[in-house]
Every structure is written in structure tokens, then in C-alpha cells.
Design a binder for this molecule. Sequence first.
Ligand SMILES: [Fe+2]
Length: 275
Amino acid sequence: MDHRTDPFLRVVDNELTIPGISGKYVFLHVSDTHICAWDEQSAPGEREESEKREQNWMRQKEAFAHDFGEPFSDAQRIPTTRGFEKILRFAKEENPRALLLTGDNLEYTHPAGERFLRQALQSAGVPFLCVPGNHESEALSGVWEPGVRVLDCSGFRVAAVDDRLQTVSAEDLDRLEALGEEGIPLIVMYHIPVSARANREEMRKYSVYFSVDDERADENGKRFVRFLETCPAVKMTLCGHIHGYSDTEISPGKRQITASQGMIGFVHRLTVRGE
Ligand SMILES: [Fe+2]
């Protein structure tokens, strides 16, 4: 089915201007697809566990949509694996510079889920950059690796950071700060949104569990927020985790976008261009 007529997919457009860059870059930002999978290689129990979790999300994803005032219909009541395939088909048609997946790609670390995700992304043939969420582990070979990863575009970069434990490792912070000092504009992606001075009131609505809070996080967590807040090279940040769309400023003019649930078809299309 064409994505323009597929009621599962909901495309939200955002724009970012980076003075000095030429051309136009389109990214697709997707989060929280919570894939629950099983296949013929599944060990006993894996199918049962994935089915149980799928059923749980069948209710929970509707509850989140309701809380955020986002539309929900029968089109969203499809398995997580089918939803992910639809998103990938859309990504293939859109042919973005990259698909940016901001975590909780898998509902839990399970071999069938890992096989599904790896195989689906590789066969789609769309460039992608992926960070793990709090439901996932530090590395998934062929999908994400430990450490800060960087996608170079002409005149700016996208940096992928693991903050799934509500903090960031000292090593990753050093690397991020070094990137910041180079002065090349950065879009930073991570799973758990940050709560900084400028957006604290809005982010705290989602409870402490839902952000890296500049007053309550550990020292590294605080350093991460401070970096995003104060580094002039950081132009925008992309994340997920709260299962609803939000668009706040972590400092004046610097937006943090939380993607809504990928498992109900949300795709956030970010267009980056010069002035
Ligand atoms: Fe999630």
C-alpha cells in the first residue's frame, strides 16, 4: 500500500536551518518500535514471551497515544514487526540521507528480534544510524556499536550517543566534547530526552524516569545535559523514550524533539538546509 494512503503511517515534518551548508538533507527519525519477534529458530519460550509482550503493547501503545492526544485507530493495531516493515518501505521510497532510530528498537534483547532487525535494516538498503534504548543492550553487531558514532554530511554531522542508562560514559562524553570543539554543526541523537534549565518544566511532566535531568542525574548525566545546553556546535537533538511527540528548547533556539511511537506509525521527517 502506498504510504500516502496507508493509515498506519503518520509523517511529521520538521526543519532545521544550518547557515553555510549547501543543498538539502532529509532524515527520517523513528523511535520506540519495540519489536517483538519470533521465527523458526526461536528457542522454546521465545515465541511465548514475544507474544505476551506484543499483546501488552497492543494495549499500552493505545494508552500512550491517548495520553498524548495522538490519533489511534485499527490501522495501528498491527504487530510491531509489520509496522516496522511498513516504516522501512516508506523509508525506501523517501530515500533519506539516513534513517535515524532513537532507541527501544527492540522490545527486549532476544535472538529472533536481533535477527529480524538486522536483516530488515540490511535488506532495506537505506543508510541508518541507530542508538540503543533502555530496553536494549550496549551493542548489536551490524546495527549499533558501543561508543559515539558519527555520520558525516557536508558541513554538519549527526552524532549518535548511548544514554539508555540515564547517563553517558566518561569516554563518550570526552569524545562528544572533542567533536563539539571542532565546531562543525552537530545534530545529536540519543534515546532518553534531557531536562535542562529551559525545558525542565515541560520534561518533568513525564516523571523522573523519563529524562536525564540536569539536577537529578549522576555527574556524567549532568555533564551530558550541560554539553548539549552550552555547546554552540549542537544545533538540534533527536530522541524518543516518552512515547509521544514533544518539541522543546534545551536552550534558546536549540530544539530537542522526542519522536512519538514508531510502533503506531510515526515517522518524523527532518529537512536540513542552509539559509
Ligand atoms: Fe520505549
